[in-house]
Design a protein around this ligand. Structure first.
Ligand code: DX5
Ligand code: ZN
Length: 216
């Protein structure tokens, strides 16, 4: 299991320290939640914040775009240092074109699905993807409760990926804590996003260890 702490729940006044904390705890990805106030009812960060972290971390910068017309901003996020750019299937009409655009920028391409979107919509694009992000909350805010139906979606996606021998990562995002991470991984997740559970803990590193122990 790879861990992707979401900086949405971090202390933005001390972002550099927060990133160092993530690195020291042995996590693999840095999950960056970008929201536009249209696709989701919240506004967060733009490429400038990502740019500020350029050259300051070895973490894989995993950028989750919860924005309309993600194709218009992919280049800005690629230039700002994104390693993976994930767009929502619900937010772009020409998903295939958007995925090709992201790849042409030299960045890995991912697609995310809202809780009500079935994994079947990915059937014909799956071989083009580096990552699929299954939302286990409705995107927009940290700290929401895990939607249990996500487990079945992850399992379905996992069997599609295995049956076709594809090489892509399954990431799951929203409401994941030390006490439910094991079932998410058992369902087929490769990468786990966690925001409030990690940053809300009194000891970040100890909480990361709890996640690791839970999936052993
Ligand atoms: C929700 C974001 C998530 C969120 C996760 O829209 O995409 O990445 O920050 O936070 P928790 O782990 O608190 O649900
Ligand atoms: Zn996210």
């Amino acid at each position: 299991m790879k861990l992707a702490p979401s900086i949405l729940s971090a202390d933005f006044g001390n972002l550099q320290d927060e990133v160092i904390k993530i690195e020291r705890s042995g996590c693999e990805y840095l999950h960056v939640d970008v929201m536009d106030g249209h696709f989701v009812p919240n506004l967060t960060i733009g490429p400038l914040v990502l740019e500020a972290l350029k050259g300051r971390t070895r973490l894989v910068k995993d950028v989750h775009l919860m924005i309309e017309h993600p194709e218009r901003y992919a280049e800005a996020f690629a230039k700002a240092g994104a390693d993976i750019i994930t767009v929502h299937q619900e937010a772009t009409v020409h998903l295939h074109r958007t995925i090709q655009l992201i790849k042409s920028l030299g960045v890995k391409a991912g697609v995310s699905l809202n809780p009500a979107t079935p994994v079947a919509v990915l059937e014909d694009i799956l071989p083009d993807l580096d990552l699929v992000l299954i939302m286990s909350v409705n995107p927009g805010f940290g700290g929401q409760a895990f939607i249990p139906q996500a487990l079945e979606k992850v399992a379905k996606l996992k069997s599609m990926v295995t049956a076709r021998g594809l090489n892509l990562e399954i990431e799951v995002d929203g409401g994941i804590k030390a006490d439910n991470v094991a079932e998410v991984v058992r369902a087929g997740a490769d990468v786990i996003v966690a925001g409030s559970a990690l940053f809300g803990a009194s000891d970040f590193e100890a909480e990361v260890q709890k996640f690791r122990t839970a999936v052993k």
